[in-house]
Design a protein around this ligand. Structure first.
Ligand code: HEM
Length: 412
């Protein structure tokens, strides 16, 4: 039964709707606004299986159960081997990415996560506030007046500066890390001979730069995360290679994602001027407002890298071993069973936590830092430029996984 029309939907209709949605989310208009497509999927039920066997989860509760179920495992190596990369550990870009904590299972994941959490603490994030405020103020001061591309002028360089400062990358190297990360992360969306060719040299250079930094900090520690990771004492420590892989992961995981929040968040605010006015004048609104903006248009639209090891059922979802399954975060964040008037931006909404930072053991380790960056930057830009306006349509990034803009023209 189609919930919207009350009419029964044949298997052929279902399949054509699911195919339309799957094709649609990869188009430019689908990447810019996937929400009408998610509505079509949701009308078929919270969990559907595509003709190609992929399970698509749009329901909030079902996604949370899926992301939290420890029986599901990540095996990027199996997928890489099956798609022509059995030697993936010999390719620097693939090894550095897919051998990192984000793609590991317990007990390796548990150990690495514990070790990094001992240094990347809530106290360290809190201590970053004045750094984030200074970077924000400097970058807003440097924005030329008139029409500017917000992504290039702020939303992209700002998170790399913040993660750079967190780790201890010298400011002169921030642009270098930005371009290395951009090339290396090509393999997140598409592992093809062309992307791997482009990503490999950047991954090697990234590793070398971080290894040099770790070497310097071992001799002369500073108040930064690399020094803290180098100095961490105890029987169990990060090896130098693990440290380099972890630092590289933190850099890239916190870069395009936060940039997506800063650019999609600003676009949403400028389309809702009355809400932007509230954020401009009510400092206590910053906390809930950033949660609402990350719900309204999530920078990571889906999580698709967990599979079952054997036949199992999770929240009514039947999964066969190795069967692909996608938690469509953007759809779950607009589930009407959980959020009232889900398509509206309501900055003081206080409902369920958005799914935008994932769930379970891989829950985003940088969520507190991302929140801090957006809570500082978005009210600051609105206050500094009271007449700021959108100056044209945004150009979406070509990635569907990490969604954001290549350009967002605004007049300041
Ligand atoms: C708005 C910004 C951000 C969003 C939307 C976001 C989203 C996510 C999501 C959905 C996951 C889970 C992936 C999965 O389950 O497969 C994740 C994991 C992760 N994130 Fe973030 N992230 C953001 C910012 C950051 C920042 C600032 C950092 C670091 C400085 C960071 C570091 C990580 C790491 C290391 C993981 C892997 C955790 C693990 O596997 O245990 N993220 N993030």
């Amino acid at each position: 039964m189609d919930i919207a029309t009350g009419q029964s939907v044949t298997t052929a209709d279902r399949e054509s709707i699911i195919t339309e949605v799957l094709d649609g989310i990869y188009t430019e208009s689908g990447r810019a606004n996937p929400y009408p497509l998610y509505d079509k999927l949701r009308a078929l039920g919270p969990v559907v299986t595509a003709p190609n066997g992929t399970v698509l989860i749009s329901g909030y509760a079902e996604q949370l159960a899926f992301m939290k179920d420890h029986r599901l495992k990540k095996h990027p190596g199996r997928r890489l081997a099956a798609t022509g990369w059995p030697d993936w550990k010999d390719r620097p870009s693939l090894r550095l990415m897919f051998d990192s904590m984000m793609f590991l299972n317990p007990p390796e994941h548990t150990r690495l996560r514990r070790l990094v959490q001992a240094t990347f603490t809530p106290g360290r994030v809190k201590g970053m506030r004045s750094v984030v405020e200074q970077i924000t103020a400097d970058m807003l001061d440097a924005l030329p007046r008139g029409t500017v591309n917000w992504v290039e002028g702020f939303a992209l360089p700002m998170p790399i500066a913040v993660v750079g400062a967190l780790l201890g990358v010298p400011p002169a190297d921030w642009p270098l890390f930005q371009s290395l990360a951009a090339n290396w992360t090509l393999v997140l969306d598409d592992v093809s001979p062309e992307t791997v060719e482009r990503a490999d040299p950047s991954a090697v250079e990234m590793e070398e730069c971080i290894a040099r930094l770790a070497h310097d900090r071992a001799k002369k520690p500073q108040d930064d995360l690399i020094s803290a990771m180098v100095a961490a004492q105890g029987d169990d420590k990060l090896t130098r290679r693990e440290l380099v892989t972890m630092a590289a992961l933190l850099l890239v995981a916190g870069f395009e994602t936060t940039s997506g929040l800063l650019s999609k968040g600003l676009a949403a605010l400028l389309k809702h001027p009355e809400q932007a006015d509230r954020l401009r004048t009510e400092p206590e609104l910053a906390g809930p407002a950033i949660e609402e903006l990350v719900r309204y248009d999530a920078p990571v639209q889906f999580v698709a890298n967990r599979t079952a090891e054997e036949d199992l059922e999770v929240a009514g979802i039947k999964l066969a071993p190795g069967q692909p399954a996608w938690a469509l975060i953007g759809a779950g964040n607009r589930d009407p069973k959980v959020f009232t008037r889900p398509d509206e931006l309501i900055l003081d909404r206080q409902e369920a936590a958005p799914l935008s930072y994932g769930g379970g053991i891989h829950y985003c380790i940088g969520a507190a830092l991302a929140r801090l960056e957006a809570q500082v930057a978005l009210p600051a830009v609105l206050r500094k430029f009271p007449d700021i306006q959108l100056a044209g349509p945004p150009t979406p990034r070509s990635s569907h996984l990490i969604s954001g803009f290549v350009s967002l023209p605004v007049t300041v």
